[in-house]
Design a protein around this ligand. Structure first.
Ligand code: NAD
Length: 323
């Protein structure tokens, strides 16, 4: 396993990180014992970075991860989130965040997390994130309950604006850098490089689109994107390789991403994903994939408040309304 430093935190995270949302049955019903075996196998294979949230399975993923890490907490760098609690339930007020960390610590059976992130900040008012939520996370950090703090979300616009306005230790972006889309590199990657912010890339399989199983029913991508994913999978099969392995390999090649988070609850997936560290992909296959993807490249979808999304040209000023 290769390890990289997460920005200026000094945390040395594994290049492949364990995304724990599948432990909360976000993709399909999973067996908790098998999920625990996946966690243990990942640690045995050198994966030390684990990411979860109270939102995943509405606390189920934190409960299951906490149980699986019992006795092994010191082996991992543990990241969780706060602010998002259900599909449409968000609360980024300082008081809720102070309660949230205590609830997460109880479920995770630990007295601190290494990274506490604001979950899907595009659902909040920009000013509240900058003026209330990020400062609240710094208060939590000073209490010792979180070592470092970060932000997560889909639209690059608000991630970039918040990280430009206030100091954050990490940015977790998802579905913005993989075979189907690479616009993470337009503004966010350069900002992370410039300010030494730890960059975490999540959903290398585009939340299931780049798997033989295909996307879950709730997947928000347009049909044309899912269809391209199916064609990429067929093409990989023709070359005798698995689409998920090839897609993960592509993400691992990114020089600025400290850790790529792939969702796992299945021990077989852990082994398959670890094997991609040594995978070499034929240039001819990469060329075929690029040709399939070209017509849908960089197509995304809207998430959260319209103004926080990339398609809305209204600038997110550091202190809107206060100028
Ligand atoms: P993903 O792209 O990692 O895809 C996960 C899906 O792929 C699951 O169904 C999983 O079972 C399957 N899978 C994994 N390895 C496989 C393999 N080798 N072969 C076949 N199928 C395989 O999507 P994700 O889980 O959404 O993203 C990874 C992690 O990133 C999440 O679990 C979460 O921790 C994090 N994340 C965070 C945010 C956020 O903070 N807003 C958003 C998305 C993801």
């Amino acid at each position: 396993m290769e390890y990289r430093t997460l920005g200026k935190t000094g945390l040395s995270v594994s290049l492949i990180g364990f995304g724990a949302s599948p432990l909360g049955d976000e993709f399909r019903k999973t067996d908790p014992a098998e999920g625990a075996r996946a966690v243990h196998s990942a640690i045995d294979q050198g994966i030390n970075f684990f990411d979860v949230s109270p939102y995943y399975g509405r606390t189920l993923a934190e409960e299951r991860l906490g149980a699986a890490l019992n006795g092994r907490r010191d082996k991992v760098i543990l990241a969780t989130k706060c602010g998002r609690y259900d599909k449409s339930t968000f609360d980024f007020s300082a008081q809720r965040l102070y309660r949230s960390i205590d609830e997460s610590l109880a479920r995770l059976r630990t007295d601190y997390v290494d990274l506490l992130q604001l979950h899907d900040i595009e659902f909040a008012d920009y000013a509240q994130i900058v003026e209330e939520a990020v400062p609240a996370l710094r208060v939590i950090q000073r209490s010792g309950k979180a070592r470092f703090i970060g932000i997560t979300g889909l639209p690059l616009k608000i991630l970039h604006a918040v990280a430009s306005a206030v100091d954050v230790d990490s940015i977790l972006s998802y579905c913005r850098y993989n075979f189907l889309i690479t616009d993470l590199d337009k503004d966010v990657t350069p900002l992370c490089r410039q300010r030494n912010i730890g960059l975490i890339n999540a959903s290398p399989l585009h939340m299931g689109v780049l798997t033989n199983h295909g996307a879950p029913d709730w997947h928000p991508a347009p049909e044309a994107v899912k269809d391209a994913g199916r064609r990429v999978a067929e093409t990989c099969s023709r070359y005798g390789v698995d689409v998920s392995s090839v897609a993960l390999r592509f993400c691992l090649n990114h020089p600025d991403v400290a850790s790529t988070l792939v969702g796992m609850a299945d021990p077989a997936h852990v082994l398959k994903n670890i094997a991609t560290l040594d995978l070499e992909v034929e240039p001819a296959l990469l060329a075929e994939i690029a040709a399939i993807v070209a017509p849908v490249k960089d197509i995304t979808w809207s998430s959260g408040e319209a103004v926080n999304n990339d398609a809305d040209p209204t600038p997110l000023a550091p202190h809107p309304g206060k100028a």
